[in-house]
Design a protein around this ligand. Sequence first.
Ligand SMILES: Cc1ncc(COP(=O)(O)O)c(C=O)c1O
Length: 442
Amino acid sequence: MALARRYGTPLYVVDEMAVRNACRAHRREFESRYPRVRILYASKALMTKAIAMIVAEEGLSLDVCSGGELYTALSAGCPPDRIYFHGNSKTLSEIDFALSAGICRFVVDNMDELRLIDLLANAKGLVADVILRLTPGIEAHTHEYIKTGQIDSKFGIAIPNGDALRAVKYAKELRNVKLTGLHCHVGSQIFETEPFLHAIEVMMDFAREACDATGFIMEELDIGGGLGVRYTGGDDPLSVADLAEAIAPALLKAAEERCLPLPTLLMEPGRAIVGEAGTTLYTVNAVKHIEGVRTYVTVDGGMADNPRVALYQAEYDAVLANKADRPPTCEVSIAGNCCESGDMLAWDIALPDVEVGDILAIFCTGAYNYSMASNYNRHLRPAMALVKDGWSDLIVERETYEDHVRKDVVPDRLKSSHRSAAVSAESAMLVYPRASGANASE
Ligand SMILES: Cc1ncc(COP(=O)(O)O)c(C=O)c1O
């Protein structure tokens, strides 16, 4: 309540210690079971300067997937040699920016990108370290739209059809790239170890095949992110320890069985670092009871600050922060404030009697909420507060209406109202010539 009063709503709230503890758990559980590990935070989940600083301070590296994420990481002081540049459609200027910044690795999605990196690195007199993103042909049991391991995917280079081997051969021919490793990501919100273990087998088989065919030695194996989190009480995610306990021995064994040197193990958790650390606060603006149908509780945010429900049918738990000690008395659905009937934040959740002015807290919104937020309906993107030890600090300012119009440009020809009226009459004649003609002859 104090946070809502101090910063207003909607408000993203991030628990700093939850982020730090998740970073520490990943390092501790993997580093204690495997000799060489790098945990990369998948910054697409939530990227602000303060978050980048916290994960870097905890010793994590960063996975960025756009020039904007790279710029944020560098502005936050993240060491370039801990930055891995992902993305399936890197532009020439993004590659140039990353090369100039001296980032650690490019995670290459396709052959055209490989060629472009080689060309630009050559122009700068550099050799760029690259990892190839491969699609191992595995489907994790997760939502259709976030499955990325299968061959029919816009991401990566397929192993089963021979494209991946061709890419390794090509990379080895290029003078200004050095192929250091292989990457895969089999999906997100994964609750079992099997997809990861399967991915390790496929990737290690491929590493053996590529070594036999080209002499390529895989120094690093990046098995992506995807560890699930608890969005609702019905979710039962694996712990980081469970995941490490499965992955580390599997990789040690897989390397030994294939007579391959042990690669450095890279993991890219996103939501498992920040998901559960986030809560969003909203103010209730209206309660609409449709007798015999449903009660809609309308809040001052929605799909513009959290598009996951509309995109993935994501489910969330929520409470009324100002009535947290009261038992639930009704079933309601939480509607957003955008002009879209699909703009819902939760369906059929149990809450105490809801009234206008109540503060609704939706849990587990740390990942893919702020980072996927939009200005649909020209709503303002919310502020974000970081809380620790009873203190709070603003880490993202709330947008203002002035922010909305700052980048708008009005062409000179629209500036004079006389002239703009003439232009619209003229265009109306072009679009509706007959109607205008009829008027003219009357
Ligand atoms: C390549 C890659 N790595 C890591 C992640 C992070 O996934 P998650 O947030 O589910 O851990 C993603 C998510 O889309 C991804 O595409």
